[in-house]
Design a protein around this ligand. Sequence first.
Ligand SMILES: Nc1ncnc2c1ncn2[C@@H]1O[C@H](COP(=O)(O)OP(=O)(O)OP(=O)(O)O)[C@@H](O)[C@H]1O
Ligand SMILES: O=C(O)[C@H](O)COP(=O)(O)O
Length: 408
Amino acid sequence: MLLNEVLNQLPNINKCLEKGKILIIRIDINSPIINGKIIDDYRIRAHSYTLRLASDAGARAVVLAHQGRPGQDDFTSLEVHKPYIEKYLERPIKFVDDIIGPEARRQIKELKDGEILLLENVRMLSEEVIEKVPEAQAETMLVKKLAPLADYYVFDGFAVAHRSQPSVVGFPMVMPSCMGPVFEKELRALSVVFEKRGKGVVLLAGGAKIPDTIKAVEQLLKNGFVEKVAFGGLVGFVFAVARYGVLNTALKQEVEKGGYLPYVERARQLLSKYGEKIEVPVDFAINQNGRIDVDVFSLAQQPLDIGKSTTMQYKEVIDQAEVAIFSGPMGYIEDERFATGTVELLRAAAKKKLILGGGHTILAAEKAGVIDKAFHVSTGGRAFISTIGGEEMPAVKALLTSAAKFRL
Ligand SMILES: Nc1ncnc2c1ncn2[C@@H]1O[C@H](COP(=O)(O)OP(=O)(O)OP(=O)(O)O)[C@@H](O)[C@H]1O
Ligand SMILES: O=C(O)[C@H](O)COP(=O)(O)O
């Protein structure tokens, strides 16, 4: 189903905003954390708007969210996020280090109109990280314990919409549900891409998520949703190896190091099918006591950015376009010298209808000074790239089922 049809069928948050009603709101404030400190709060800022809407309407908000994955360094308590939410909301919120236990349930029952209660990292429940069909997720402890306490479920976590987890797809099966404003805004912005049916749409695809990016690009090209795709970042290495052969050992080594050699074959297939629609780097920047640019055949060490000729070539592609989608940086943006390709292309893309997504892409856009010029800045990482690829998100499917069942 097309995104605008989905949007017509799903109730938006206004249908769930009622004074005194208890809302379970699933947001995605999963943020980059280093040494216990949040280093980018873009998602928190975005979702604070949703919580403000609920609070201003006098609803009682129970907030579900995650941070990291069990076993990873950034798997922390959401207590870390509380002051950030309070900063953007300009009002205090409650936090409880419990999710479905007696203390959490007591605090939910005692909520007053306009209050917001943030529950602990929902991935501390082992059942949350197991993906299953929505009907099975409706049987989890999370849903069984919390759903009876609430009136509505609001799904706002676009960035986690691709996960068939209990907090995402379980609640819509058992209670009236609506989409939150962050999620709705994402779908509306991305529907612009689909409405164009590819005409004048270019994708700048970089970054490090090789399998996800290749999968999304396969879909986009197959469905005719883009006119051109220009590759950079690590995914650009894979396409350069595919286009120019494996003569170049430095590039091949980089691809091999990440275990991505099998993707070279998929890249080759895409190139043979859609060759004229795909742009591949012709040169790269390397570090030899500073940045120097070398053409793809002379490369003898790890490339850290697309080169100047590639940047020029991609700028021409952007100039011809109406909509530019930017997903993943073109180079190692953590080092100023190698952020040039990404920054220059972002500036060119900002003259068009620019849609961008991904943590590092947002950081680069901030660096390039274009974040406020973008038509849409997505909160999604994998969810963003998958949605533009035309993949149906489990959250969307569950909300559609809920809409048909509960008719808000
Ligand atoms: N040539 C390169 N050499 C080394 N690192 C690179 C290169 N090109 C891109 N990267 C790295 O890729 C990472 C970003 O890729 P990623 O796919 O995570 O993008 P993103 O915008 O952060 O998306 P998401 O939020 O989904 O993670 C950055 O750390 C960047 O330095
Ligand atoms: O950052 C993301 O992409 C989302 O929060 C989903 O996180 P996950 O990949 O750990 O499910």
